[in-house]
Write a protein that binds this ligand. Sequence first.
Ligand SMILES: [Zn+2]
Ligand SMILES: [Zn+2]
Length: 351
Amino acid sequence: MAKAVQVPPTALAATLTGPYSEPYEFLQQQVSPPGEKEALVSLSFSGVCHGDVYSRDGGGPAPPAPHRPLIGGHEGVGTIVALGANAANSCSFRIGDLVGIAWRTSVCGKCEPCLSGRENHCGEQVITGLHASGTYQQYITFPVDQLIPIPDGIDLPQACCVLCAGVTAFSSLRLMDPQPGTWCVIAGAAGGLGHLAIQYAKCFGLRVLAIDGGGADKEAFCRDMGADTYVDFIKEGVRLVEKVRSATVGGAHSVLVLSPHQGSYDLLYPKWKYTRVLNLNGFPLRPILKKALLVRSNQTGTKNDIREALKLTVSGQVKCKVEVMGLEALNEALDRLRAGKVLGKLVVNLR
Ligand SMILES: [Zn+2]
Ligand SMILES: [Zn+2]
């Protein structure tokens, strides 16, 4: 029987209380007991994702009117310290288990995506840290059916990075039916998703052309992650398309766009061969369809995708480049993400 855990009455939580663009405040919030089907989780670390920039500053998937007060964050890892009465009897989790909290707080369980095992496309999903309280806090109550088991032996900040950034890259690459030896262009390759996408692509046997720009250190970083070649989109300017076409011997077989900027799509469309796969993770794109391209969009990944991506971290095949900071540095972390000044991932320590 697990030992009862002392839970404080209040704990630190980064909280948004004002309109979009106002910074986080760091407040003591009441720690609530778990509801019937919930767990109370003592969080250790949370990744900082570009999605969190939107919940603070608006834009992207954020609603026109901000949901406030709001605690952001959707890449949390921690330990279960209490279970609701119903959860204790019906779920496989126990007090003391290490769990992850990711993008979805709940899904409907009844729609076509949910019933076909693609719950990441449920139209009724409640998004953690955007529609409901997220992981920038020391304690969170969370539905047990959306908790992710975290395997033993994994570095906790590394595990955080898989929960949104990693699984989004992993799932998107897999949806493109990667054929070993073919070229894959990854746009936004030095970022949180991109540097993991390079490593997953190498696990799938792909040849990787990494695109990023705006910092001399980005090329070395992408090559260090396993990229076969690198193109700086700022340095190349109007020569970018020709550069990529020649480096990939006529165009890439698959293109993974991980950048949230429209310009990435505008610049990229001439780079494919005829009939190839494009996977989108950012914004809608303008007309590009001259080559019978198969265009796929994807939002994060399923719980099963997360489990599989975590295995690649446990085995050491995929390593996240992590910079750990205190929770009080969260506003600065989001500012750096917004400005594109992060190599790899930022993670906040909640202990
Ligand atoms: Zn995210
Ligand atoms: Zn659904």
